[in-house]
Design a protein around this ligand. Structure first.
Ligand code: 1HN
Length: 349
């Protein structure tokens, strides 16, 4: 981007830029308009992946490298507008992870926050700080920042889930810390899904009592499909919101806020034969089709949707959803971080 400057002045300015460049000094006025744009200009583009296509490559990787060797056997869903950045939006990461029968992905912890959304398989687990979440298709499981986590599959079927992490955000802040242990599989400290009983039903152990075992700010990490789907089904009897249909956000019961400090997650039901009005927001969002068929209109693009498709909507790009049959979507975005940073905006058209 260049400003209007007469030729002779331009020449002198260019000389100035050249002279000061070795001192690591650059002129703001040449880049100001691009830096402070009136509305967001995301380098990410809208994109669509079909589960079956990605899963075929993932299974081939499964023949070539073990989960233990890889540490995490994952194919990254990389935004075509962000090549080489391991990013699906400027702030978020998405990947498809495979755990084959009998495998373990060894315990580690890191400052990056993660969510898992189960795509295939049933009965494999993620252990978070000594507690197993036993996973079924379309369950949401969190591994909050700095909590030990390992995955294992003691079933006879492959298990695949979508990983959503704030890797680019943490990279942006240069705040990545990570640790491994000598014990690849954590000792089980409590019954499977213990925290669902303690914190998952609008109850919590009395503060300071022995039963209050999880961190106070992030007690819950498993949101089973059976529960969120029932809530969405109940909402389906009522009138959908014109811009988002029936939409429910997953919350942290400790404060009613988003599930992770950087990532918000939600589900939506768009009733068959209806379409949402166009809407845009400053959070880049990754969507998974859980059920149904229809069309996602993202800016200028129209994408035909079928179950287990993934699609990404960049910041400030209009989205409208056209449901041929009842369309159920899961999505996650950086809205949580943007709201905390007082950046978030949305526009309903
Ligand atoms: C990670 O810890 C997992 O725990 C998956 O399953 C993907 C990508 C980058 C960094 C850490 C996991 C990851 C990751």
């Amino acid at each position: 981007m260049s400003i209007l400057i007469p030729n002779d002045q331009r020449e002198q300015l260019e000389q100035l830029y050249k002279a000061m460049a070795p001192e690591s000094l650059t002129p703001l006025w040449e880049v100001l308009a691009a830096l402070v744009s009136p509305t967001p200009t995301s380098p990410a583009v809208a994109h669509h992946w079909r589960y079956a296509d990605a899963a075929r490559y993932l299974m081939r990787a499964g023949d070539l490298i073990s989960a233990e060797q890889a540490e995490r056997r994952v194919l990254i869903l990389e935004n075509p507008g962000l090549p080489g950045q391991s990013a699906i939006t400027p702030s978020l990461y998405a990947g498809l992870q495979l755990i084959l029968p009998g495998e373990v992905a060894p315990a580690h912890r890191h400052t990056q926050s993660a969510l898992r959304f189960v795509m295939e398989g049933e009965g494999a687990y993620t252990t978070v700080d000594g507690e197993r979440a036993v996973m079924r298709p379309f369950d949401l499981v969190l591994t909050p920042s700095w909590q030990w986590h390992d995955h294992g599959n003691e079933t006879s079927r492959p298990m695949v889930w979508l990983d959503g992490l704030d890797i680019p955000t943490v990279r942006h802040f240069a705040a990545s810390f990570a640790e491994k242990t000598d014990e690849p599989v954590q000792t089980r400290l409590v019954a499977d899904d213990d925290s669902l009983s303690r914190y998952g039903r609008n109850l919590r152990p009395l503060r300071g009592s022995l039963a209050d075992r999880r961190p106070a700010n992030r007690p819950l990490f498993h949101y089973p499909f059976a529960e969120w789907r029932r809530s969405l089904a109940d909402l389906g009897a009522g009138t959908p919101d014109p811009h988002v249909g029936h939409a429910l956000e997953f919350i942290n019961p400790a404060d009613g806020g988003p599930v992770l400090p950087t990532i918000a997650a939600q589900v939506q039901l768009i009733p068959a034969g209806t379409a949402t009005r166009p809407r845009r927001s400053s959070d880049g969002a990754i969507h998974v089709v859980v059920e149904g068929t229809g069309t996602a209109r993202i800016g200028e693009r129209a994408i035909a949707l079928s179950p287990r498709d993934f699609f990404v909507v960049p910041s400030w790009t209009t989205l409208s959803l056209d449901a041929a049959s009842d369309l159920v979507l899961f999505s996650y975005s950086d809205r949580a971080a943007q709201q905390r940073l007082e950046l978030y905006r949305e526009e309903r058209l």
